[in-house]
Design a protein around this ligand. Structure first.
Ligand SMILES: [Ca+2]
Ligand SMILES: [Ca+2]
Ligand SMILES: [Ca+2]
Length: 163
């Protein structure tokens, strides 16, 4: 913990460190002070950090120096410190992309709005593909895509490099 503090305390405030520790503890389901990759993803999400599968794999490889497949709090703090910087940037990009789709600015994306964006880009999107796209992205099935759903869809499809 001391070492992690030294590495990250320039970017992380005390309350952020506490938040990180809380997220870590909340996801450490068997309370042994270490978390597995799936829990890392969950804990990061709690902190507003979305990790794509390839990112998580890369992080695990880099961070899990002991190679036992577990991440300890110290390692987790390092991950989060780094990811917060990356995520801030990416969130900005995602917000921009979301806004491009959300024509009326109500915070959700409708089918009509998706169609409009595709049309603007000179792309033809037939109803079947649109339906498919919606069904994939609209995870809570309320007929519109929220920012969270948008981020998730982008992330799972690993278009993150393109935005
Ligand atoms: Ca554990
Ligand atoms: Ca909208
Ligand atoms: Ca939805």
């Amino acid at each position: 913990m001391e070492e992690a503090k030294r590495i990250t305390n320039q970017e992380l405030t005390k309350s952020q460190l506490e938040e990180i520790e809380a997220a870590f503890k909340a996801c450490d389901s068997n309370h042994d002070g270490r978390i597995v990759p799936q829990e890392v993803k969950k804990a990061c999400k709690q902190l507003g950090i979305f990790l794509c599968k390839p990112e998580l794999d890369g992080i695990m490889k880099e961070t899990d120096k002991s190679g036992n497949g577990y991440i300890e709090l110290k390692e987790f703090t390092e991950i989060v410190g780094e990811q917060m910087v990356v995520t801030n940037y990416r969130n900005e990009q995602l917000k921009k992309a979301f806004k491009r789709f959300d024509k009326d600015g109500d915070g959700t994306i409708t089918k009509t709005e998706i169609k409009l964006v595709f049309k603007e880009s000179g792309l033809e999107l037939d109803d079947a593909s649109l339906q498919e796209l919606m069904e994939e992205a609209d995870t809570n099935k309320d007929g519109v895509i929220s920012f969270d759903e948008f981020v998730h869809a982008v992330c799972e499809n690993d278009w993150s490099g393109e935005i």
